[in-house]
Design a binder for this molecule. Structure first.
Ligand code: AQP
Length: 336
C-alpha cells in the first residue's frame, strides 16, 4: 500500500508557498484514496525559538484549522500534532545513533537557520532531520509530499532507513520514502526578492501572501510585488533570467492548475499593470474562502483539540508497533 506522511511546523500563519508547495498537494493525495497522515510538527517548531505558551497552542490550532479549511478531511486523513505521539521522539533517538555527524554537517537548512553564529543554535535544530526521519518512518510511509526545500532532509531520511535496515539486519523493514515534489509551485519565491523562498518567518509581511489575508491585502501585495520594468516575455524561455516575473507566472499556473506554458500563451507580452490584476483576481478567488473557513473553525478551539486527539490515537496505533519492532530489532528487552 501507498502511505503518505507529511508535516508542517506551527511557526506562524501558512503562506501561499506552504499552500501550493505542500497543503494543496496533501488534499490531492487524499482525493486519490491513498492512506494519508498529516502532522502539525510542534516539536520541530521549538528548534529555533519558543514563541510562548499561548502562541504555541494558538499556532497549532491555527495550522490544524488551515489544513481543514484547505480541504483536509480529518476522517479520511489522520490529522494530529506530533507531541501527542511519543513514538516520534523515541524513534528519533535511535535515528540519532544511526545518522552520522558528517551527514548532519551537510544540511543546508541548518546553515540557513543557524545563521552566522552556529554555536548559539540549539542542538535540536542540528538533529532536526533525524526527528523528521522518525516522523516519516514511524508510519513506514512510502511517499512524502514536500516543497523543493525539504528534498535534502528527505534524502537524509532515506539514508537512515537504508543504514538501519543494513546495520540491524532488518531487510526492508523501513521503506525508502519517495519525495513527491511536483507541479509549478514547488518553490514559491518571496514577493520582495525572487531569489529567496517565500517563508512564514520572513520579517517582511509584504514578502508573502498569508492564507488569512483578506482580498484587499492579497491584491495590494501582488500589486506591490517586486518586478522588473519590462512586460512579460512572449515565451517561457524569456523568463529564465527574470526570477520575479517567473515566480508570478508559476504562482498563476499553480493557482489556475495549468502549466506555466499555458499561462504564457494567454498572458505573454502583457505589461505587469495587466498581469498583476489578473493574478490578484485569481488569488482572491482561490484563497479567500480558506481564510473565512479558518475563522469559523477557530471559533471552536475545543473541537480542534478533539480532532487532533482523535488523530493522535489513530496515529499512535500505527506508530507504536513500529517502535516496538524497532526496539526488538535492536535487542532491547520488552518485558512489561
Ligand atoms: N516557498 C515555498 N514554496 C513551496 N513550498 C514551500 N514550503 C515551505 N516554503 C515553501 C513547504 O511547506 C511545507 C511546510 O514547511 P515547514 O513548516 O516545515 O517549514 P519550512 O519549510 O521551513 O517553511 P517556512 O514557511 O519557510 O517556515 P519557517 O519560516 O518557519 O522556516 C514543507 O513541505 C515545505 O517544503
Amino acid at each position: 500500500t501507498q502511505r503518505v506522511f507529511s508535516g508542517v511546523q506551527p511557526t506562524g500563519g501558512l503562506t501561499l508557498g506552504n499552500y501550493l508547495g505542500a497543503v494543496k498537494r496533501f488534499v490531492e493525495l487524499q482525493e486519490r484514496d491513498w492512506e494519508t497522515i498529516y502532522c502539525v510538527v510542534d516539536l520541530h517548531a521549538v528548534t529555533v525559538t519558543w514563541p510562548g505558551r499561548e502562541k504555541m497552542a494558538a499556532a497549532t490550532r491555527e495550522l490544524a484549522a488551515a489544513f481543514i479549511a484547505c480541504g483536509l478531511d480529518p476522517k479520511r486523513s489522520i490529522l494530529f500534532n506530533q507531541s501527542q505521539v511519543p513514538a516520534h521522539t523515541q524513534l528519533a533517538w535511535v535515528f540519532n545513533c544511526v545518522a552520522r555527524l558528517g551527514w548532519a554537517n551537510r544540511m543546508t537548512q541548518f546553515k540557513d537557520k543557524a545563521g552566522k553564529n552556529a554555536e548559539k543554535a540549539s542542538i535540536g535544530l542540528y538533529t532536526y532531520p533525524a526527528l523528521m526521519a522518525a516522523d516519516i518512518l514511524a508510519y513506514q510511509a512510502t511517499h512524502v509530499p514536500v516543497g523543493e526545500d525539504q528534498k535534502q532532509h528527505l534524502e537524509f531520511a532515506r539514508d537512515i532507513a537504508a543504514k538501519f535496515n543494513l546495520d540491524f539486519d532488518a531487510l526492508d523493514f523501513f521503506p525508502l520514502p519517495e519525495p513527491l515534489i511536483e507541479g509549478a509551485a514547488t518553490r514559491v519565491m518571496s514577493l520582495r526578492d525572487g531569489t529567496k523562498k517565500m517563508s512564514k518567518s520572513d520579517p517582511s509581511d509584504m514578502s508573502r501572501i498569508n492564507l488569512t489575508d483578506d482580498a484587499d491585502t492579497i491584491a495590494r501585495k501582488i500589486r506591490k510585488a517586486k518586478t522588473d520594468p519590462e512586460p512579460l516575455p512572449e515565451t517561457l524561455e524569456g523568463l529564465e533570467e527574470r526570477p520575479e516575473a517567473r515566480n508570478l507566472v508559476n504562482i498563476y499556473a499553480a493557482l489556475a492548475e495549468v502549466t506555466p506554458g499555458a499561462v504564457m500563451a494567454e498572458h505573454g507580452g502583457q505589461p505587469f499593470s495587466a498581469f498583476k490584476p489578473a493574478l490578484a483576481d485569481l488569488a482572491v478567488e482561490k484563497l479567500s474562502h480558506i481564510g473565512t473557513k479558518m475563522s469559523e473553525l477557530m471559533a471552536d478551539p475545543a473541537e480542534i483539540d478533539r480532532i487532533l486527539g482523535d488523530g493522535a490515537d489513530r496515529a499512535a496505533a500505527i506508530a507504536e508497533p513500529v517502535l516496538d519492532k524497532t526496539y526488538e530489532l535492536l535487542g532491547f528487552i520488552r518485558s512489561r
